[in-house]
Write a protein that binds this ligand. Structure first.
Ligand SMILES: C[S@@+](CC[C@H](N)C(=O)[O-])C[C@H]1O[C@@H](n2cnc3c(N)ncnc32)[C@H](O)[C@@H]1O
Length: 198
């Protein structure tokens, strides 16, 4: 993230927006179970809200300083912070009840890598587990906001098919001011996940 972006994502206003306007509506109809994965937590605006709704939250963050700051913030709590790449999760198959990615897919540089990340999240979800996510809609303003930063916004019209092709089912994609989505890992343990190309 560029410096300006990091400041906004770490602000109280952003946390308030995510925690009041996005997450309650996005999770209203789902049961997150007891063990949840969050990828790309950044400064932790979603982490803070989610951790009060599950027994254990594992947060996988790619950038070392962000992972270290989050680990220090949540030392001794129900949040475990792992520095890692969510396109290559070092986590066991079927080990999470729920998984979430918020405002982070547009930081994953290619569609193939975004698909790989979503496939990894499916792999670590237990049968019947649920994926929830949100991201900003593509816009010129957002493009300018990402100067000297990765900016690969999700094309909302393609997301449902992408999730379906990866093996998710019961998928809902909503577009308002923000793109939000909910998708489920098939309850059948014989699910077939197509490997996403790098
Ligand atoms: C814009 S921030 C969003 C932070 C937080 N989710 C929020 O909504 O406030 C995107 C975060 O995703 C992280 N990220 C990007 N690619 C990642 C990957 N492949 N694996 C894990 N984290 C990643 C970035 O390092 C950054 O901290």
């Amino acid at each position: 993230m560029n410096e300006h972006h990091a400041r906004v994502c770490g602000s109280a206003e952003w946390a308030e927006h995510l925690q009041n306007d996005i997450l309650p509506a996005l999770t209203a109809a789902i049961d997150p179970g007891s063990v949840m994965l969050e990828v790309g937590p950044g400064p932790g605006a979603a982490t803070e809200w989610l951790r009060h709704r599950v027994a254990r939250l594992v947060a996988v963050e790619h950038e070392e300083p962000a992972a270290e700051a989050l680990a220090a913030r949540y030392a001794g709590t129900n949040v475990e912070v792992i520095r890692g790449d969510a396109t290559d999760l070092r986590l066991a198959d079927a080990s999470f009840d729920a998984a979430g990615c918020f405002t982070m897919l547009h930081h994953v540089p290619t569609v193939a890598l975004q698909n790989r990340l979503l496939a990894e999240m499916l792999r670590v979800l237990r049968p019947g587990g649920v994926l929830v996510g949100s991201d900003s809609l593509p816009s010129d303003a957002l493009h300018h906001f990402h100067v000297e930063d990765t900016y690969n916004p999700v094309e909302p019209g393609t997301l449902l098919t992408r999730l379906q092709t990866l093996g998710y089912e019961q998928i809902t994609v909503s577009v308002s001011e923000t793109l939000t989505f909910v998708a489920h890992c098939p309850a059948d343990p014989e699910k077939t996940t197509e490997p996403a190309s790098r």
